[in-house]
Design a protein around this ligand. Structure first.
Ligand SMILES: NC(=O)c1ccc[n+]([C@@H]2O[C@H](COP(=O)([O-])OP(=O)(O)OC[C@H]3O[C@@H](n4cnc5c(N)ncnc54)[C@H](OP(=O)(O)O)[C@@H]3O)[C@@H](O)[C@H]2O)c1
Length: 196
């Protein structure tokens, strides 16, 4: 049976996923969720995401780094030069996770069967603007087309805070995040090759 291709990402309002090659938040509970979901499965990441992990391979997972640089090496990882190659070496598995970043998600979304999205939000929608100020972004998750994707699970919101320095005081901004699972309901014609 073909392995499922799953994207897994944390997304803030505006589809922000990163800033200056880092994630603009620290969510320990979500890191545990990420580890639980991806453990034992191959993970495919772009070269920049690998470097954002301080060039450390994730344990208990086959790490596959995609780059066009034929000389690139990544300790503890398999280095490949195309998506097809990444799928080809994934091995015997029921699910392959694409773990970022923006370039990889954008290429892989048309091939994917599932999206595990951790969505950062404000409980009160009218205060979402506050999060735009809190999380600046230069890297983004692609649009999830509602005609192609359906939400099959929506977890409860978890509370998180971030401390910001104001001129005369320290202030905590409260926000929420929740785990959402999408599955594909229809597929546009795509030209990329998926694993056979
Ligand atoms: N919020 C989240 O869940 C999440 C998850 C992961 C990462 N991030 C964030 O995302 C940002 C990094 O994302 P990014 O879009 O800048 O970079 P990226 O997707 O991680 O990596 C881009 C690099 O991957 C290689 N690449 C991409 N497509 C390729 C292809 N088709 N064939 C061969 N190589 C290919 C190229 O490497 P070469 O330049 O070496 O050729 C390219 O420069 C960081 O801020 C990181 O913190 C966020």
């Amino acid at each position: 049976m073909k392995p499922k291709i799953a994207l897994i990402a944390v997304v803030a309002p505006g589809n922000i996923i990163g800033y200056e090659n880092e994630m603009p938040w620290h969510l320990p509970r979500d890191l545990l969720y990420f580890r639980r979901k991806t453990s034992g499965h191959p993970v495919i990441m772009g070269r920049k995401t690998f470097e954002s992990l301080k060039c450390k391979a994730l344990s208990n997972r086959k790490n596959i780094v995609v780059t066009r640089n034929l000389e690139y090496t990544a300790p503890g990882c398999e280095v490949v030069h195309s998506f097809k190659e990444a799928f080809d070496i994934s091995g015997n598995t029921n699910r392959i996770f694409v773990i970022g970043g923006g370039q990889l998600y954008t290429t892989a979304i048309s091939l994917a069967d599932e999206i595990y999205l951790t969505k950062i939000e404000n409980k009160n929608k009218s205060r979402t603007g506050e999060l735009f100020e809190l999380f600046r972004g230069d890297t983004f998750f692609p649009e999830i087309n509602k005609l192609e994707w359906e939400i099959v699970h929506q977890g409860r919101p978890y509370i998180a805070t971030r401390r910001i320095q104001c001129p005369d005081q320290k202030k905590h901004i409260v926000f929420y995040f929740r785990h959402i699972k999408y599955i594909r309901i229809s597929k546009k014609e795509n030209t990329e090759k998926r694993p056979t």
